[in-house]
Design a protein around this ligand. Structure first.
Ligand code: AKG
Ligand code: FE2
Length: 451
């Protein structure tokens, strides 16, 4: 199975200098949030991390070392599964793009990424409702016609125009979001098919894996909600402003032995179905080429925020500074790296950067690198414009065009065709994994999203 990296490639950039920038990646101590004498300083540091660097570490984040090690210590056994078991777990089996992708099956910037991976997500039941082949065909054709005509009309000037329109219509959009709850949800949109259950390894050697992954998922979901509250404080808006985007999850024991979130119907007046968070479990083997591409330069396009756990001690992760130099972001025990996704950048009109990053493979004789990015999900039936409407204007005005990163990075999220988060996510997954797209969504849909 060959596919493209499911992140957005950045081209035209050849900064090879390392650590030449005076910028460094800050480490924020989240325990300061609970100390009234230190909290103002924490929020100052967070604002600098958000608006100047776009990349940070967090320590004392409340996720216990046991939760992390229960999952991380199982990674060698997971990747050591026999090839028949990996094939059984292949993403090709999943219309939700969940499961295993083999070594070097993704490419970024036209080059193969030297890594293999498992994708997992919040365990969710299928909600997509098939409306019959002919109806689906009509729906897809209609979507396709709509997007193509919008594209033709908008031309190259789309971003500026769309952004100013979105800002003006903010209040109306917010009201739309809030009244969404009153309407019956239409689950016939194809992007709803992204929600669905994981493929779980069955081997005896991985006993306890599912519980470890679900505990890790739940702890990171909780951390991400807490972190969004800090961002709200840094933005000087009421804590809880974005809660309706993240819903309320209640986990119940399921007869299969796992747990699944049940949305209990009473979502407390919140307007969005709780989103699906995604996790990747990644393995980068040592390469004989000391500068091999573990994963090429990209911005994250899954979700709102990324929380990355780096296992072991070897360096490899690098982030692009505002001066165009690559800064090393090595593992620091007890921390997560936090960065911001494309949707966050688009919603803040570039004030908060979806900072470009990459991984250089371990060199000869180095240890295997394992890492676990957690991508905090967003509701599929929300638009970037709706989120932009609840980002304060003073934040959006902080965009720094002098930042050398501002010029080169064209985010698909600034393209009004992909304003719908569901559509932009489906597009991303289909472009990353053509074969999965073809198998489950058909040629028309693949053509539509890859033109
Ligand atoms: O493995 C890492 O350290 C980073 C991975 C990453 O950036 C990604 O998968 O989006
Ligand atoms: Fe990434």
């Amino acid at each position: 199975m060959r596919s493209f990296n499911d992140t957005e490639d950045i081209d035209g950039r050849s900064a090879n200098a390392k650590d030449q920038s005076p910028e460094s990646i800050p480490i924020l101590d989240l325990s300061w949030a609970d100390d009234p004498t230190k909290k103002p300083e924490l929020l100052t540091q967070l604002r600098a991390a958000l608006f100047d660097v776009g990349f940070l570490y967090i320590s004392n984040h409340g996720v216990t070392p046991a939760i992390v090690s229960e999952l991380a210590d199982r990674l060698p056994s997971l990747f050591g599964l026999p090839s028949e078991e990996k094939a059984r777990l292949s993403k090709l089996n999943s219309p939700h793009f969940l499961g295993y992708s083999g070594f070097a099956e993704e490419t970024t910037l036209g080059k193969q990424d030297q890594r293999e991976q498992f994708d997992f997500a919040t365990e969710l039941p299928v909600v997509w409702r098939e409306i019959g082949d002919s109806e689906n065909a009509q729906l897809r054709n209609a979507q396709s016609r709509h997007a193509r005509s919008e594209h033709a009309q908008s031309g190259n000037a789309h971003s500026e125009k769309a952004q100013s329109d979105h800002s003006q219509s903010g209040n109306a959009e917010l009201q739309n979001t809030q009244s969404r709850n009153d309407q019956a949800r239409d689950f016939t949109q194809l992007y709803w098919r992204l929600r669905g259950p994981n493929q779980w390894p069955q081997k005896h050697s991985l006993r306890g894996f599912r519980a470890a992954l679900e505990d890790y998922h739940d702890a990171l979901a909780q951390l991400s909600h807490r972190f969004v509250h800090l961002i709200e404080e840094a933005f000087e808006i009421p804590v809880g402003t974005y809660d309706h985007l993240f819903g309320k999850e209640t986990r119940h024991d399921s007869p299969q032995g796992g747990r699944s979130p049940i949305f209990d119907g009473d979502d407390g007046g919140l307007s969005c179905l709780p989103p699906q968070h995604r996790l990747k479990l990644l393995r980068y083997p040592p390469s004989s080429d000391s500068a091999a591409q573990g994963v090429g330069a990209h911005k994250d396009s899954s979700g709102w925020l990324t929380f990355l756990y780096q296992h072991g001690t070897g360096p490899g992760l690098e982030t692009l500074s505002s001066t165009g130099a690559w800064l090393s972001a090595p593992p620091i025990p007890g921390t997560f790296v936090v960065n911001f996704g494309n949707a966050f950048e688009a919603a803040t009109e570039g004030a908060v950067k979806a900072t470009v990053h990459r991984v250089v493979s371990p060199g000869p004789g180095d240890d295997v690198r394992y890492s676990i990015p957690f991508f905090m999900g967003l509701p599929l039936d929300v638009t970037v414009s709706e989120i932009r409407a609840i980002i304060p204007e003073k934040v959006r005005r902080m965009r720094k065009d002098a930042d050398s990163r501002a010029k080169t990075e064209i985010s698909t999220f600034l393209d009004p065709r992909w304003d719908s988060l569901g559509e932009s996510q489906l597009r991303k997954w289909i472009r990353s994994h053509h074969d999965v797209g073809l198998k489950w969504y058909g040629q028309n849909v693949v053509d539509y999203y890859t033109f």
